[in-house]
Design a protein. Sequence first.
Length: 141
Amino acid sequence: MKKISIIYWSNGGNVEVLANSIAEGAENAGADINVKYVYDATIEDVTEADAVAFGSPSMDNNRIEQHEMEPFINQFKLLPNNQKKIVLFGSYGWDDGKFMVDWVQRMKDYNFNVIGHIAVKESPSDEELLKAKNLGEELTK
Ligand SMILES: Cc1cc2nc3c(=O)[nH]c(=O)nc-3n(C[C@H](O)[C@H](O)[C@H](O)COP(=O)(O)O)c2cc1C
């Protein structure tokens, strides 16, 4: 059984509903899922998983959330990461997903295999939730 960790930051709930859809897709595909708010997550939640999804809103001038998500993500800069499969997900108010473009490139630079990403404006539509669910399934392949 594939172990999938889904680690996110959310205040208003928009990123959280995406996390739940990704989890649903991965669970339906038979994965062992581990969903954590970033504050409760450890490096092992990533290193011991077969694949991971990271989620954040665009905050603080079109960047991932800076107080909890940023330091968590930054830890992987010096780890091998070995092309581990990841999905990135998030929500923005006005940056049109620019923060996500930057985040995808950053994680590629950290030697992750970014197999998909989704950035939605504020709360996700039904179509976007379905896309998130499909990304969860992709993580199990
Ligand atoms: C304090 C604060 C700062 C924000 N900064 C940005 C920003 O720099 N760029 C942007 O596009 N949206 C920004 N937003 C909008 C959020 O990204 C958006 O509302 C998102 O859906 C929040 O996700 P959440 O409901 O999971 O917390 C900001 C929102 C808040 C509350």
